[in-house]
Design a protein around this ligand. Structure first.
Ligand SMILES: [Zn+2]
Length: 73
Protein backbone atom coordinates (compact mmCIF):
# COMPACT_ATOMS: atom_id res chain seq x y z
CA UNK A 1 0.00 0.00 0.00
CA UNK A 2 1.36 3.38 -0.97
CA UNK A 3 1.32 6.31 1.34
CA UNK A 4 0.07 9.44 -0.30
CA UNK A 5 1.63 12.59 0.95
CA UNK A 6 -0.50 15.64 0.55
CA UNK A 7 1.46 18.83 0.34
CA UNK A 8 -0.13 21.61 2.28
CA UNK A 9 0.82 25.22 2.20
CA UNK A 10 -0.09 27.27 5.24
CA UNK A 11 -0.90 30.90 4.54
CA UNK A 12 -1.23 33.20 7.48
CA UNK A 13 0.13 36.57 6.48
CA UNK A 14 -2.49 39.26 6.48
CA UNK A 15 -1.94 40.63 2.97
CA UNK A 16 -2.31 37.17 1.40
CA UNK A 17 -5.40 36.44 3.48
CA UNK A 18 -6.93 39.77 2.49
CA UNK A 19 -6.24 39.01 -1.18
CA UNK A 20 -7.82 35.53 -0.90
CA UNK A 21 -10.82 36.94 0.90
CA UNK A 22 -11.27 39.60 -1.79
CA UNK A 23 -10.98 36.95 -4.49
CA UNK A 24 -13.59 34.74 -2.82
CA UNK A 25 -15.90 37.71 -2.52
CA UNK A 26 -15.51 38.55 -6.21
CA UNK A 27 -16.69 34.99 -6.92
CA UNK A 28 -19.73 35.55 -4.73
CA UNK A 29 -18.35 33.52 -1.85
CA UNK A 30 -17.06 34.32 1.58
CA UNK A 31 -14.11 32.81 3.36
CA UNK A 32 -15.72 30.93 6.24
CA UNK A 33 -13.98 28.62 8.66
CA UNK A 34 -14.01 25.14 7.16
CA UNK A 35 -13.88 23.48 10.57
CA UNK A 36 -16.54 25.23 12.63
CA UNK A 37 -18.32 27.19 9.89
CA UNK A 38 -18.66 30.21 12.14
CA UNK A 39 -18.93 33.21 9.83
CA UNK A 40 -18.51 35.56 12.80
CA UNK A 41 -14.95 34.44 13.39
CA UNK A 42 -12.14 36.19 11.58
CA UNK A 43 -10.15 33.90 9.32
CA UNK A 44 -6.68 33.47 10.80
CA UNK A 45 -5.18 31.28 8.12
CA UNK A 46 -5.75 29.27 4.99
CA UNK A 47 -4.49 25.82 4.15
CA UNK A 48 -3.88 25.22 0.47
CA UNK A 49 -3.84 21.61 -0.65
CA UNK A 50 -1.30 21.41 -3.40
CA UNK A 51 -3.22 18.53 -4.95
CA UNK A 52 -6.58 19.53 -6.35
CA UNK A 53 -6.10 23.17 -5.37
CA UNK A 54 -8.59 22.92 -2.55
CA UNK A 55 -8.39 25.58 0.11
CA UNK A 56 -9.47 25.43 3.72
CA UNK A 57 -9.99 28.64 5.60
CA UNK A 58 -9.73 28.44 9.38
CA UNK A 59 -10.67 30.93 12.06
CA UNK A 60 -8.36 31.90 14.93
CA UNK A 61 -9.45 29.27 17.51
CA UNK A 62 -9.47 26.46 14.92
CA UNK A 63 -6.14 27.56 13.45
CA UNK A 64 -4.52 27.34 16.89
CA UNK A 65 -5.82 23.78 17.28
CA UNK A 66 -4.01 22.64 14.16
CA UNK A 67 -1.52 19.92 14.85
CA UNK A 68 1.65 21.68 13.83
CA UNK A 69 3.74 19.84 11.29
CA UNK A 70 1.42 16.90 10.92
CA UNK A 71 -1.27 16.11 8.39
CA UNK A 72 -4.88 17.02 8.70
CA UNK A 73 -7.63 14.47 8.44
ZN1 LIG B 1 -13.30 27.76 13.18
Amino acid sequence: METELIEIEMIEDRSSLAAMSAEARSNGAELVCRRCGNAEEVIAGVLVMMEGSEIWALCGPCWRQLPQGSHIV
